[in-house]
Ligand binder design. Sequence first.
Ligand code: CP
Length: 322
Amino acid sequence: MTLEPFRGRSLITWLDYEAPEIRVLLDLSKQVKEESRAAARGTAAMRPQRFAGKTIALLFEKRSTRTRCAFETAFGEEGGHPVFLSTQDIQLGAKESIEDTARVLGRMFSAIQFRGFKQSTVETLARYSGVPVFNGLTDSYHPTQALADIMTLEESFGDSRGKRICFVGDGRNNVARSLMVICAKLGVNFTVICPPSLAPDPALLALCLPLARAAGAALEVTPDLAAVAGAEALYTDVWVSMGEEALREERVALLRAYQVNEALMERTGRADSIFLHCLPAVKGEEVSAAVIDGPRSRAWDEAENRKHTIKAIMLAAINGEA
Ligand code: CP
């Protein structure tokens, strides 16, 4: 499959991608998942080695299980050499500017992944490195997560267009922001259910509302939990993000009524509604153990799909073919 238009492109936010391009990446994610299953059933020789001779720098300012493992396993199992670099180990932004680190890494690696705090850091890496840069989470966006979320929705309901995801919790969070963008692009109805003080950024809403309208989808924000009625998927994330630990007590008090539990899943009015979570989860806070460990949960498929979607993104941007 030719993916030439993707070659060399970074993934900083889905705002930079058109809906048909995201569709190509979703279809490729499904293909590589099937390939992975076939290889697991057969012999190692059946696994393509499409990253042979390639290298990726994995820069982490923040901890990670899924994102790090998805990049390392997806790249490594196809012959690539991933190099994990925490900011405890390298000079990034401390003894060396981000621009200069980007220039040096771009001379040595085929691509760069960055997980950290500021969106401006991943943007600077993309501007100065000369190689594709993938946003593995910043305080603003988590685009690779959102692609896996839509893939998981489609595994339960077919085409995501016209389906509805309700994000219940802190509407300002990076996962909610990336979901808002990808849903608006793809025509997926998206409702943020949150206390008014944790409502999404009005500037991002103003960007996404016309995109959603053009794609024939609704984008709504409400404090009313009754809005879950009819939704195919309820989604939540931790109430206290990395770096916000001092706010725990206040945040828990504010969000206690917004826990996704069996009673809230029932209020969707659908026997087939599913539960999604980017993980890690705090069971008993944003989600009850009965829901995340129960039959409606797709959180574990969603975690696995991080690997397949990330492989698809890397194949497109690094190889320009699959
Ligand atoms: N969902 C997610 O990004 O998980 P990690 O923090 O473990 O990478």
